[in-house]
Design a protein around this ligand. Structure first.
Ligand SMILES: C[S@@+](CC[C@H](N)C(=O)[O-])C[C@H]1O[C@@H](n2cnc3c(N)ncnc32)[C@H](O)[C@@H]1O
Length: 234
């Protein structure tokens, strides 16, 4: 490296250490598996365990071909891009509440030349989704940090948008709304794949009759569940 390059890296490392800013916000680059994404403070740094599951971790559980898919709470658009690659014949919708996040997602979708297959839209969860729209697969990595954990967040996480993290008192406020919306917007035998962090016990207590399939990820088997439409409790 040249002396100038070394100085630049030292300056970035200094900000990372002193100001506790995630490196991805300093370099505007984050990797999810083999995929590179542009990021800034309008989105969380991509790290969803769902990325590990696309497509081989979910395929054995899918009862229908994936022609339409939804990434609910798309943020940087990272999972929408992964969905489009995992299911090359599928049309993908990516939804987020944050206009800033959608601007970042648009940039990533364009970088992967997927604008003809990925449609991005602003919506409070399913509120703006047309009533008749149905999907074969819905994935979601929603905000799921509970209120007590939000109060103890390390500094790095405080650089991320609060709206991307905070999931209400028990962390599951949005998850319940996603379950309800997925029941309305999945095709018969379509599947919902949803990440919920450390909240498996709380979710199983809240939905005792739902036959969750817990998918294996590098974090263990309590972080991402799959339910078919017919398995989602009314
Ligand atoms: C945990 S981030 C996930 C982002 C991305 N899917 C990923 O895995 O990196 C959650 C996203 O949900 C969005 N969000 C929060 N509340 C929402 C709501 N009510 N409706 C739609 N999106 C919402 C946030 O703006 C944020 O981008």
């Amino acid at each position: 490296m040249s002396a100038a390059e070394t100085r630049r890296i030292e300056k970035l490392a200094g900000r990372r250490i002193r100001d506790r800013i995630p490196a991805a916000y300093l370099t505007h680059e984050a990797w999810l598996g083999d995929f590179r994404f542009y990021v800034d403070r309008r989105v969380i740094v991509p790290r969803s365990f769902i990325a590990e599951l696309l497509p081989d971790g979910v395929a054995p559980f899918l009862q229908r071909p994936v022609r339409t898919a939804l990434d609910m709470c798309t943020g940087s658009g990272c999972l929408a891009v992964l969905l489009a690659h995992a299911f090359p014949g599928a049309r993908v919708d990516g939804i987020d509440l944050s206009a800033g996040a959608l601007a970042v997602a648009r940039r990533n979708v364009a970088a992967y030349r997927l604008a003809s297959r990925i449609r991005l839209a602003k919506s409070n969860l399913f509120d703006a989704v047309p009533a008749r729209r149905r999907y074969d697969l819905i994935v979601s990595n929603p905000p799921y940090v509970d209120a007590a954990s939000m109060r103890r967040l390390p500094d790095e996480y405080r650089s991320e948008p609060r709206v991307a993290l905070a999931g209400g008192t028990d962390g599951l406020v949005l998850v319940h709304r996603i379950l309800e919306g997925a029941r309305r917007h999945l095709n018969p035998r379509g599947a919902l794949v949803c990440e919920i962090g450390h909240n498996r016990k709380a979710l199983e207590r809240a939905c005792p009759r739902a036959p969750f399939t817990w998918l294996d990820t590098s974090a263990g088997d309590g972080y991402v569940f799959l339910l078919e439409r017919e398995q989602i409790p009314a």
